[in-house]
Design a protein around this ligand. Structure first.
Ligand code: SF4
Length: 558
């Protein structure tokens, strides 16, 4: 289909109104305001969610270092902090028991941090940005990264009003070409345009290790008063993850009576039945967690992947016309499982770099490369470098990881090795045959009968995420080879997509054309945009692309 597209020109295009993109916009407005010789450039800050924060999800315990640098009087301005951390505990969970760690090293502690709801916090940051004159274009989704003669020149936005087969309907509106002097990708974890950037500009990841991802599944509950103090932070390792696999859980006391409860599961699992949602249901049924939730009510649900390999999986941060910030650049401290403060810091440094580029009117790699230099000399780099081998230390399982973490603490982060090589996560998944050969048993996931009191099926949880997509549009989960799904994957892996998706988008249903066989059925309207399928599919035949803008989850208090 030959489509005429409108071209919109802007100076600075920021993709993603999360902590990084909003920090960039806020800082840039401040720098320009302080410089009497400069006019405000045109800034376009776009986000695929229905509003800023609609797709933002995190645990979250926030280190305030980033926001304090960006907006020193953030508390006076009413930043929505649920509670200052008032207590910090770590437990090792067994199926029915829990052992409290007697000592928590300061590097794992949360003293001085705040429990927050990221999507509320992002909403507040967006208000601060709009107050300095930069609007958030919510509901505007990027579809493709524009690269011309090796230079990033902007983004093509998503076509609106196509039918399921991709034909224009009466309300068809073609996506625009948004051209910018510099495009800053602040999309969050595993962004689709960031993926385009890595594919179109291989030098960005030429020296990086493949990323290691977790899928975090979370609910917010209202619990009876007195169950957990506001600001109380509980982290757990162990059950229901087998000790050979990476992951853990959390419970955080929020303001008044809500609690954040969640479980994060490594996607480098050998198990083709790895199911983060099911593991979360098992987690809530553990006596330690159950006694906190007992008598409470589940209010909200969400799921998201987490980029967890840290420093050695970060890409090069710049290219001609391009900067990468926050989770798009893998800026997450795996030891603390925190990235909000690093995302904000990256936005600040990107703004300072863009200010220099505006003055020189040069947005080539020569000038934008200063961003990498700022990062290398920042506290963000120091923090990420210190935790650089943390995730890799768990390659041999939980006990090896705990031992390595101890050695890393006394060796400045190095530990017994440095920069341990790794494969992409999906390559660690074993076929059923290889799983049997290695573990002497069929892959078999532990399950729980959903009681709608502590545990819920995926569809009930999706309902609590506020997710909505128009049904009449091309599926935003693109399957490049259904034959692999319906035949080879069924035989070799048992269709892991039906397990790892936390929103029941993938189901194997009876194939009426082939008695006794199944075929893949998609329900893209359930998708909570977590990106697990794009990462974990063993054949890499699933591609997550952006649906129409303004769709997906509508997270509240998450
Ligand atoms: Fe996550 Fe993919 Fe399922 Fe959507 S379809 S919820 S991105 S695993």
């Amino acid at each position: 289909m030959d489509i005429q597209r409108e071209t919109l020109d802007t100076d600075i295009l920021i993709v993603g109104a999360g902590p990084a993109g909003l920090a960039l916009a806020y800082k840039l407005a401040g720098l320009i305001g302080d410089d009497s010789g400069m006019d405000m450039p045109e800034v376009m800050l776009m986000d695929k969610g229905s509003h800023a924060g609609a797709h933002s999800l995190s645990g979250a315990v926030m280190d305030p270092r980033g926001i304090a640098e960006l907006i020193p009087d953030y508390k006076e301005r009413g930043a929505p902090l649920e509670a200052a951390v008032s207590g910090d505990a770590m437990y090792l969970l067994k199926p029915t028991g829990a052992l409290k760690f007697p000592y928590l090293p300061p590097s794992f502690g949360n003293h001085g941090n705040y429990v927050v709801s990221l999507n509320k916090f992002v909403g507040w940051m967006a208000e601060q940005v709009e107050a300095v004159g930069i609007d958030v274009y919510a509901g505007l989704a990027g579809y493709d990264l524009l690269v011309e003669d090796g230079r990033v020149t902007g983004v093509q936005t998503v076509d609106m009003g196509l039918d399921k087969e991709g034909n224009p309907r009466s309300n068809f509106e073609p996506g625009s070409l948004v051209k910018a002097k510099v495009t800053v990708l602040c999309e969050g974890v595993h962004g689709s345009l960031t993926r385009h950037a890595f594919e179109k500009i291989p030098e960005l990841t030429a020296n990086s290790l493949p990323q290691a991802y977790l899928t975090g599944v979370k609910e917010v509950w209202e619990v009876p008063q007195g169950r957990i103090e506001a600001g109380q932070v509980i982290h757990t390792v162990g059950y229901p993850q087998p000790s050979r696999e990476y992951g853990g859980g959390w419970v955080y006391g929020m303001d008044k009576n809500p609690v954040s409860v969640g479980y994060a599961v490594g996607l480098n699992s050998p198990d083709p039945t790895n199911d983060p949602h099911m593991k979360f249901q098992l987690y809530k049924a553990h006596p330690l967690i159950k006694k906190i939730l007992d008598g409470g009510k589940m209010l909200h649900y969400g799921a998201k992947t987490i980029p967890d390999n840290g420093y050695y999986s970060m890409p090069k941060l710049y290219h001609d016309g391009l900067l990468l910030c926050g989770d798009s650049a893998g800026m997450l401290n795996p030891q603390k499982l925190k990235g909000i403060h690093l995302a904000i810091k990256s936005g600040i440094m990107a703004a300072e770099t863009i200010m220099e580029a505006l003055k020189k009117d040069d947005f080539s790699a020569n000038t934008l490369g200063a961003y990498q230099g700022k990062f290398e000399n920042s506290w963000a780099k120091a923090e990420l470098y210190k935790s650089r081998n943390f995730h890799a230390g768990f390659h041999g399982g939980m006990w090896a990881g705990i031992f390595h973490a101890g050695v890393q603490m006394v060796t400045g982060g190095r530990g017994l090795f440095d920069r341990r090589p790794k494969k992409p996560d999906h390559e660690y998944m074993l076929t059923r045959e290889r799983y049997r050969a290695r573990f002497g048993a069929e892959p078999h996931k532990a399950t729980i009968k959903f009681d709608n009191q502590f545990s819920y099926d995926k569809l009930t949880d999706v309902y609590k995420s506020g997710t909505a997509h128009e049904e009449e549009q091309p599926p935003h989960l693109q399957i490049t080879d259904y034959d692999i799904c319906n035949n080879r994957c069924t035989e070799e892996y048992g269709n892991p997509c039906q397990h790892f998706c936390p929103a029941q988008v993938y189901e194997m249903v009876e194939d009426s054309d082939r008695p006794g066989r199944t075929k893949l059925q998609l329900t893209p309207s359930n998708c909570v945009h977590c990106k697990t399928c794009d990462i974990a599919d063993p054949y890499q035949v699933i591609r997550w692309v952006t649906p129409q803008g303004g769709e997906g989850p509508n997270y509240e208090n998450l």
